[in-house]
Design a protein around this ligand. Structure first.
Ligand code: ADP
Ligand code: ZN
Length: 601
């Protein structure tokens, strides 16, 4: 263990110990080696380059695509007493000049640069004249051409290796799939690097996936009953839907803001800043939102539409609970989502090879939705990680799912698709099965079919569930060329011939058992509520005075520890996780004063 590194962790960051594998990564980089770090969101990637930056001579260059967040990252470091700056297109010439001077004078410990700026000849020649501690390549999965975060500028970053062969490089990402891992390694020429893969489990996140009936209402009920006044992110597939959902939530009395790539840049920035700075804001967003958002106290991530892959799902849900406190990943999905995503894939103009990969990814995602065993075991298994026991903190663990022998029902559903000529969608098929006499039934004489009225043992919503599971598992698909009509696939044959049976999921219609565990404030005992509120108010006041987000003053977890330990002096306060010397000097007295005022309760 590197003593200097541990001492920086204790005094500057105020944390007692490293999380695995931070210490090994830091040791590697301090000693001049390259590193490729795969760690889940919230795992603590930043320290892996920030501590070597403070220990190695020279300035560390951090390459990040997230221009809008650089100011916050630099502010957070300033709070810790660290000299840092950034160079990107938001600075005017004078400001950029001042930063460059600071760099030349050797005053900066860390400098954040956007990739397109770094690769300019001018920047490179400037860096050649300075002492560089290391290059940190954040969000390294942006070099991957398959991912949705691809940035062409990232491809050029291999020049770092060529132009600065003796400067160590550390690439970091939260995207864990082996393919992306391989691509990062190749494209950034990290063949000599040590690879570090941290465990991907996020035990504080409760995973829940439900059937969609009325998505918005379900969402509202979820927020009201478990996350009133909490910060959260709601993901939707389309821009329009983010706006509609946000304004609907506002009508219901919640504070919700939309975010998508089509909004004006000022608007995006404003919404993002409010989300970061204010308490209890809900962002309703497309996948354009989230990368690099390091707000630690996001208490829930909700999906109103199905994500395209487990990678995306895990990355998006991973934005909840970075502070390690209880958080919820909540999702509703239905047959229409499955059909829509499959259609989008079919229509896309991507090369066949990529389509095939994306289809496999979607199938894996659907598999996760439909499983009847522990969600976390499946999720982690997807990233090649083995969880020996069911987790106890996902919906299927908390309320076990019943299954039923759906062989007979599936056969009826499939023959109905066949007998009606593979030309109809789910609603008409269910009408036929239930023996309804609709205009469409009349028009096509479907009352004469052998499958007419053979399905009265199930209700309409149960048939929906059967069809959804048949589509999810690839027995039928919605054909875009004939207006989304269901068609049979090869996979049906053994089932129709009676050579195979099928277990189906009984959808949980009842609500989750009331569990208030996810509420952030719930962990504070009743008698300590006044102190908790006072600490929050002080934090808010200090954050406003310094123009920084509240969590960069202290995290919830740090204040929670203050409530338990009740420090009476500076030494005791410094012992609390998250309190380092700089924050002790800045804020210590005021926090101690508030704690002293609440002696005895
Ligand atoms: P990532 O970039 O991997 O998503 P961060 O670097 O933002 O994660 O770290 C997530 C949170 O965990 C931050 O609030 C950070 O201060 C905290 N953290 C990181 N390392 C430690 C540690 N060794 N002990 C306690 N907290 C830590
Ligand atoms: Zn589980």
């Amino acid at each position: 263990m590197n003593k200097a590194a541990l001492s920086v962790l204790n005094t500057v960051f105020g944390y007692p110990e490293f999380r695995s594998p931070q210490d090994e990564v830091i040791d590697t980089v301090i000693n001049g080696g390259d590193a490729l770090v795969l760690m889940p969101t919230g795992g603590g990637k930043s320290l892996c380059y920030q501590i070597p930056a403070l220990i190695r001579p020279g300035c560390a260059i951090v390459i990040s695509p997230l221009i809008a967040l650089m100011q916050d990252q630099v502010n957070a470091l300033t709070q810790l007493g660290i000299n840092a700056g950034f160079l990107n297109s938001t600075l005017d010439n004078n400001q950029a000049f001042a930063v460059e001077q600071a760099l030349f004078q050797g005053e900066l410990e860390l400098l954040y640069i956007a990739p397109e700026r770094l690769t300019q000849a001018r920047t490179l020649s400037m860096l050649q004249q300075c002492s560089i501690a290391l290059f940190a390549i954040d969000e390294a999965h942006c070099v991957s051409q398959w991912g949705h975060d691809f940035r062409a500028d990232y491809l050029e970053l291999s020049l770092l290796h060529q132009q600065f062969p003796s400067v160590p490089r550390i690439a970091l990402t939260a995207t864990a799939d082996p393919r992306t891992h391989q691509e990062i390694s190749e494209r950034l020429q990290l063949d000599q690097a040590r690879h570090f893969i941290a465990g991907f489990d996020r035990p504080n996140i409760q995973y829940r996936i439900n059937q969609k009936h009325n998505g918005r209402q379900q969402l509202l009920r979820f927020i009201r009953s478990e996350h009133e006044h909490d910060a959260g992110i709601v993901y939707c597939l389309s821009r329009k839907k983010t706006e509609e959902t946000a304004s609907w939530l506002c009508q219901q009395g919640l504070q919700a803001l939309p975010y998508h790539a089509g909004l004006a840049p000022e608007m995006k920035e404003q919404h993002q800043n409010r989300f970061l700075r204010e308490d209890g804001i809900i962002i309703v967003a497309t996948i354009a939102f989230g990368m690099g958002i390091d707000k630690p106290d996001v208490r829930f991530v909700a999906h109103l539409d199905l994500p395209k892959s487990i990678e995306s799902y895990y990355q998006e849900t991973g934005r909840a609970g970075r502070d390690g406190q209880a958080a919820t990943a909540w999702m509703v999905y239905g047959l229409q989502d499955v059909i829509k995503l499959k259609q989008m894939l079919d229509r896309s103009e991507a090369p066949d090879m990529q389509k095939r990969i994306e289809r496999q990814r979607l199938d894996a995602m659907l598999g996760l939705c439909e499983i009847t065993t522990c969600r976390r075991q499946t999720l982690l298994g997807y990233f090649n990680e083995h969880l020996p026991q069911p987790c106890g903190n996902c919906d299927t663990c908390i309320t076990p799912v019943q299954t039923w022998d759906g062989t007979e029902a599936a056969r009826k559903a499939l023959s109905c698709v066949y007998r009606t000529g593979q030309r109809f969608g789910v609603n008409h098929l269910i009408d036929v099965l239930l023996g309804k006499s609709t205009a469409k039934v009349q028009q096509f004489h479907h009352q004469t079919l052998s499958t007419y009225a053979i399905g009265s043992e199930l209700e309409s919503n149960q048939w929906h569930s059967v069809f959804r599971q048949l589509v999810s598992r690839g027995y039928i698909y919605a054909d875009m060329d004939s207006f989304g009509a269901f068609k049979l696939t090869e996979k049906c044959r053994p089932l129709l011939r009676g050579e195979q049976s099928i277990e189906l999921r009984k959808d949980n219609t009842e609500k989750m058992k009331k569990k208030k565990a996810s509420k952030s404030a719930a962990a504070v005992p009743e008698y300590a509520q006044p102190l908790w509120e006072a600490l929050r108010a002080l934090r808010k006041q200090l954050a406003d005075e310094h123009g920084v987000p509240a969590y960069t003053v202290f995290h919830d977890a740090t204040m929670m520890e203050m409530i338990t330990i009740r420090p009476e002096n500076r030494e005791q306060l410094l012992n609390i996780s998250g309190v380092g010397v700089s924050k002790l000097d800045k804020y210590g007295e005021q926090f101690l004063a508030v704690i002293a005022q609440h002696q005895g309760n």
